[in-house]
Design a protein around this ligand. Structure first.
Ligand SMILES: [Zn+2]
Length: 186
């Protein structure tokens, strides 16, 4: 993946966090404040915890300017799951080793100024990597390499099912084995 940027020349996209300045809760807090938010960004935090943020890439500009790196990511939708995930991008400036977010944008309706919950989710993701001292962004995990997630309601997509396959039965009688009639089908 290669693209160009106004101030960075050619961008080299990698999964390494070596060129990314440090992300801590300070940046998250500042970003929330800049967006006029007083809370900790619960929704954004949820996007991080529940693996909504994926396809994270770090773009390193070939030209050495103020820009330290660009981070791009995608975030699954919490509603309208059949539509494409949102595209996120932040530009990061190095401020004595700490990250300074100079620009943020997201493809969602609220993301024009970069102060949506998806961007907050990405910041929490980066903060998590720095807390653990991870230098490579982990590959997006497959479901079999993760702990069980039955308690997490999100699916990647909602798949339509023909009405002929739907069965309507009273669950309590079903469970107790006391159902007298066959369930209703179409
Ligand atoms: Zn957004």
């Amino acid at each position: 993946m290669a693209s160009t940027s106004d101030n960075g020349g050619n961008i080299l996209w990698t999964k390494t966090l070596v060129s990314v300045p440090r992300f801590s809760y300070v940046q998250i807090n500042q970003h929330l404040k800049d967006g006029g938010r007083k809370e900790i960004g619960q929704k954004g935090y949820k996007f991080f915890v529940e693996n909504y943020i994926h396809d994270v890439y770090v773009g390193k500009p070939s030209r050495h300017g103020d820009l330290a790196c660009i981070v791009q990511a995608r975030c699954h939708r919490s509603q309208r799951k059949n539509e494409d995930p949102h595209s996120l991008e932040i530009e990061v400036v190095n401020s004595n080793g700490d990250a300074n977010i100079s620009k943020a944008k997201c493809s969602c309706k609220a993301g024009e100024g970069g102060h949506c919950n998806h961007i907050t989710g990405l910041l929490y993701t980066l903060n998590h990597c720095f807390l653990l001292g991870i230098t490579e962004i982990p590959a997006d995990k497959t479901c079999t390499s993760l702990p069980q997630m039955w308690h997490q309601p999100r699916g990647g997509r909602i798949v339509a099912e023909p009405i002929m396959n739907c069965v309507f039965a009273n669950s309590s009688t079903d469970r107790a084995g006391t159902r007298k009639r066959l369930p209703v089908t179409c």
